[in-house]
Design a protein around this ligand. Structure first.
Ligand code: NAP
Length: 262
């Protein structure tokens, strides 16, 4: 039985849609105070309203995580509204595809700015409040793409997602004495607004390459985040958890075909 997290304050970036929305709703449902972050205030506010309508405590702020002044404002909003920051879910990310022969420096920089610099800025903005509280939990949303696998069009994205894990390992060491843990979930293909933008053909082919034969749900990822955020995970830091229905396991297409022939 896990101890209740009711009353804890959680900041979730990239929470107006997709995985972030799923994480925010999950923490809202168990009685946490949730600060819902996205660049679009309307998008963030509508998720905060969903949480409130379900009986939870939530509010929104329009923050671009790639901007240091805005992430400082994000942390200030959490402490002003709820008196603390206990948990940060650094989830905001973008995944525009561009093959290397067409990828510009601006394309590369934009992905790194949100996914990697945004992770660093979100973490560094929230750490002081966690130290004041005597500890905290930071959970990054990385990916299998980059740290484990590759996919044409996502060299910049893969670099940003692998970079998050490099960042995490040193941050985990530096923050351990302050009783702040830093861990990462690594989703496979999760059914979100962002992923559905890649088209039905992509989704169907992906489903076919996952041993569990379904895309992940945002709840699948939120459950893993919740574990890292729990009191019971206090002694786990600098670690990763893949949430992918077994997608990275088959050594080849032949392994999947063999699975089907059984
Ligand atoms: P999504 O549906 O496109 O949602 C992205 C969210 O991030 C939105 O709320 C968006 O709102 C926000 N956002 C984007 N840029 C931002 C910025 N600069 N500052 C603040 N918020 C920003 O994406 P998703 O599929 O849920 O992905 C969420 C995370 O999971 C990403 O880090 C992604 O890399 C990771 N991931 C996803 C999958 C998957 O299969 N879906 C797999 C592996 C990893 P605004 O546009 O209003 O800012």
């Amino acid at each position: 039985m896990f101890a209740s997290l009711a009353g804890r304050t959680v900041v979730v970036t990239g929470a107006s849609k997709g995985i972030g929305r799923g994480i925010a709703r999950r923490f809202g449902a168990i009685g946490c105070n949730v600060l819902v972050i996205a660049r679009s205030f309307e998008g963030a506010a509508s998720v905060a309203r969903e949480i409130q309508d379900a009986g939870g405590v939530a509010s929104a702020a329009a923050i671009d995580v790639s901007d240091p002044e805005q992430t400082v404002r994000m942390a200030a909003a959490a402490t002003e509204r709820y008196g603390a920051i206990d948990i940060l879910c650094a989830n905001a990310g973008i995944f525009p595809a561009a093959r290397l022969d067409r990828m510009t420096a601006a394309d590369f920089d934009a992905v790194i700015a949100t996914n990697l610099r945004g992770t660093f800025l979100s973490v560094s903005a929230c750490v002081a409040a966690m130290k004041a509280r005597g500890g905290g939990r930071i959970v990054l949303t990385s990916s299998v793409t980059g740290p484990v696998t590759g996919y044409p069009g996502w060299a910049h994205y893969g670099a940003s997602k692998a970079g998050q894990l490099g960042f995490m390992r040193t941050a985990a060491i530096e923050l351990a004495p302050a009783r702040i843990t830093v861990n990462a979930v690594m989703p496979g293909n999760i059914m979100t607004e962002g992923l559905s933008g890649l088209g039905p053909e992509y989704l169907a082919r992906m489903e076919g390459s996952i041993p569990m034969r379904r895309l992940g749900s945002v709840e699948d990822v939120a459950n893993a985040v919740l574990f890292f955020a729990s009191d019971e995970a206090a002694y786990i830091t600098g670690q990763t958890l893949i949430v992918d229905g077994g997608q990275v396991l088959p050594e080849s297409l032949a392994a999947l075909e063999e699975m089907d022939s059984a």
